[in-house]
Design a protein around this ligand. Structure first.
Ligand code: NDP
Length: 336
């Protein structure tokens, strides 16, 4: 089948295109400009006409994806801003909500062959942050972040703004589906990963230009710019990018996941977990917080993983494997 991937030049997007092509899918990748297509065209040249690019300059424009959705069997929507530098929450919320709406509307009108639409959400759409131990499942919605941006606007926390964009973006998809499902030949699935880490395939000229999750990882592990005390405190949950794209492949090929949102998480971490392994593998990298005892680390959020294990069974890579492979990649780039 043919899969449309939006945000195809992003961190997750390139891994997804690569994995789909290797598994025999055809891929139509959307990017915002021809210059963002060059790296992809080169990387996937060997797949010939199984790989195509569709330029969608502005996903906020109605009808923007009308051409791109034609003839595809599935859509994976990845395009959405992920950064903590927004001033007005609308800088994140508008693309998340309006972008999702635009691609869904084009799919409704112009994709008669479509079977499944997968929206890339996040655990950010589930968890309302808490300083108490709590268990989170797919039944939860991050109402806290929505309230935060409504009450505080530009004064809302950077995390709150991003979380609100993911919550409202995913909700847009379910609302749309709820309203139109009677007239659709396709169904909806949402995948909700926590931090996605692992080797990088997309075009990055220097570490400062890494995508948000990997820049944070680089800062902690290689850059050494995160305070030692914080290395033992900061962390939620993570998944290897290669396992995340495996989850998409399963979600594309598993009928039973229809209409579900599914958490895709390998487990909890503190940044120091990566730093410790990295220092052991490459002693020239800093040791970080030598007082840290992983057995005493408090992980506030626990995810209920039953649905993922039942519907999208994955064998997750370990922190050790991810750290080793990511550092190999960074080393090949001359980043340390
Ligand atoms: P990247 O920043 O690497 O990729 C984001 C992609 O979205 C890029 O292709 C980018 O295009 C596109 N995009 C951003 N804003 C717009 C916009 N306004 N209009 C059109 N395209 C836009 O991040 P990731 O690959 O990590 O993120 C992909 C998805 O995964 C996002 O939805 C993100 O929220 C989600 N996610 C990521 C996690 C992570 O830890 N990485 C965790 C949980 C969810 P361009 O290059 O042109 O800006």
């Amino acid at each position: 089948g043919k899969v449309l991937v939006t945000g195809a030049n992003g961190y997750i997007g390139v891994w997804l295109c690569k994995t789909l092509l290797e598994r025999g899918f055809s891929v139509r990748a959307t990017v915002r400009s021809e210059s963002k297509a060059t790296h992809l065209r080169k990387m996937f040249a060997s797949f010939g006409d199984k790989f195509e690019i569709a330029i969608v300059e502005d996903m906020l424009k109605e009808g923007a994806y009308d051409e791109a959705v034609k003839g595809v069997d599935a859509i994976v929507h990845c395009a959405s801003p992920f950064h903590f530098a927004a001033n007005d929450p609308s800088e994140l919320v508008n693309p998340a909500v309006q972008g999702t709406n635009t691609v869904l509307t084009s799919a409704l009108k112009h994709a008669p062959t479509l079977k499944r639409f997968i929206v890339t959400s996040s655990v950010a759409a589930l968890i309302t942050p808490s300083a108490e131990l709590h268990t989170v499942s797919e039944a939860d919605w991050n109402e806290g972040a929505i309230a935060e941006i409504q009450e505080k606007g530009v004064e809302a926390s950077p995390l709150g703004k991003y979380c609100a964009s993911k919550t409202l973006g995913e909700r847009t998809a379910w609302d749309f589906w709820g309203k139109h499902k009677g007239e659709l030949g396709w169904d909806l699935v949402a995948l909700n990963p926590p931090y996605v880490f692992g080797p990088v395939l997309h075009e990055v000229e220097k570490p400062e230009k890494l995508n948000e999750s990997m820049r944070w990882w680089y800062d902690a592990v290689v850059g050494g710019t995160i305070d030692n005390a914080m290395l033992a405190v900061l962390g939620v949950a993570w998944v290897d990018v290669r396992d995340m794209v495996e989850a998409y492949v399963l979600a594309l090929t598993t009928p039973e996941v229809s209409g579900e949102r599914v958490v895709i998480s390998a487990g909890p971490f503190k940044l120091q977990d990566f730093v410790s392994i990295a220092h052991r593998l490459h002693p020239q990298l800093h040791a970080g917080n030598t007082e840290y005892d992983p057995a005493k680390a408090v992980h506030y959020t626990t995810f209920v993983m039953d649905k993922q294990q039942k519907l999208l069974p994955l064998k997750y890579r370990t922190i050790e494997e991810m750290t080793r492979d990511t550092l190999e990649d960074f080393r090949a780039r001359g980043w340390f």
